[in-house]
Design a protein around this ligand. Structure first.
Ligand code: TRP
Length: 332
């Protein structure tokens, strides 16, 4: 069976974009692959995290994934810092990947902004840690969004350079599994911006912890335009907010965007929004309830993560040991 590794940063609330863009896809991959899902807390601290918040978010993201249907018994769910091989292999990759390669990473440029000199060294080396995440399990497939494709290319280049520098056929070259553009969820306040946990306005997103009333309020307040729903996909190009809401409806209903558009063509937004609220609540409320149950007692989720980490370590540690032998480190 082929092996998947994927990571999510435990920084801030899970929202609808995380659910439709990542978590739901992970749930669906479980039948076909052996899956390893990781809360990447080491990646999180490449920018400042309040320690209490980081722990809280690590538990919340894990609970959200499990509530949404990730099976932590059949597959592996854990947090990155519990398995030492990630940081250990990242160091080796810091010595394999080239500065020139990392200089080309667009996410670093975006995140570091104008103050590149002031960014953490970890933020610059972030992609090497990501390569280590994947390769310390010899994962064959990695579900990623468009924004992570470049990092995955780097992981392949690094695997290849390691293999050729040391004259071994050790690391597989991991393949991306990219999910369709339909899952790109945009802000409810601005249809041209991605739905994000860092947006100042909580009305820009639907959080996985929002109750039914909050979801209804946010959908009702979502930005629209003055025209009724169009009947052609082409007409949506100029109407980012309409396009986003139709896209969310289609994703939640697991239907074609075109098909949803036909259903609502010519109708007013108020009518459409009422139906969107019902649909969103029907999908999210059960997940919300289960998340509450799972996070009520932190000892339960902590035990799940600890058990996941033990199983992850059992795969990663021997692979890391082989790497150390290949590199020429004396055994302890
Ligand atoms: N960089 C990814 C993101 O921000 C998270 C991540 C870390 C990841 N390690 C990974 C994703 C390994 C896939 C595989 O979304």
């Amino acid at each position: 069976m082929q092996r998947i590794f994927s990571g999510v940063q435990p920084t801030g609330n899970l929202h609808l974009g995380n659910y439709l863009g990542a978590i739901r896809n992970w749930v669906r991959l479980q039948g076909e692959y052996e899956c390893i899902f990781c809360m990447v807390d080491l990646h999180a601290i490449t920018v400042w995290q309040d320690p209490k918040e980081l722990i809280r978010n690590t538990r919340e993201v894990a609970a959200g994934m499990i509530a949404a249907g990730v099976d932590a018994e059949k597959h592996i769910v854990f947090n990155q810092s519990m398995v030492p091989a990630h940081a250990q292999l990242a160091w080796v990759f810091n010595c394999v990947a080239r500065i020139g390669w990392l200089n080309r990473m667009t996410q670093f440029k975006e995140k570091a902004g104008k103050h590149k000199e002031n960014a953490s060294v970890g933020l610059f080396a972030y992609p090497n840690l990501m390569s280590a995440d994947i390769l310390t399990y010899k994962a064959t497939h990695v579900p990623v969004g468009e924004d992570q494709k470049q990092h995955l290319e780097l992981a392949r280049d690094t695997a290849q350079k390691f293999n050729s520098d040391y004259g071994v056929d050790f690391f597989p070259l991991p393949e991306p599994l990219i999910f369709g553009a339909a899952t790109r969820v945009m802000s409810l306040r601005d249809g041209t911006k991605k739905m994000s946990k860092s947006d100042e306005s909580d009305y820009s997103r639907i959080n996985m912890t929002d109750d039914a009333d909050t979801i209804a309020l946010k959908v009702r307040k979502a930005k629209t335009d003055l025209h009724p729903m169009p009947d052609t996909m082409g007409a949506l190009d100029e109407r980012p907010e309409a396009s986003n809401l139709i896209g969310i409806y289609a994703a939640l209903a697991d239907r074609d965007k075109q098909d949803v558009l036909h259903q609502f063509a010519g109708r007013q937004f108020s009518e459409f929004k009422a139906e969107l609220v019902d649909l969103a609540v029907s999908v999210l409320a059960p997940i919300n309830d289960e998340m509450k149950r799972l996070t009520a007692d932190t000892s339960h989720i902590d035990a799940v993560l600890r058990r996941g980490a033990e199983r992850a370590d059992a795969i990663a540690a021997p692979i890391l040991r082989d790497v150390y032998d290949i590199v020429g480190f004396l055994r302890p």
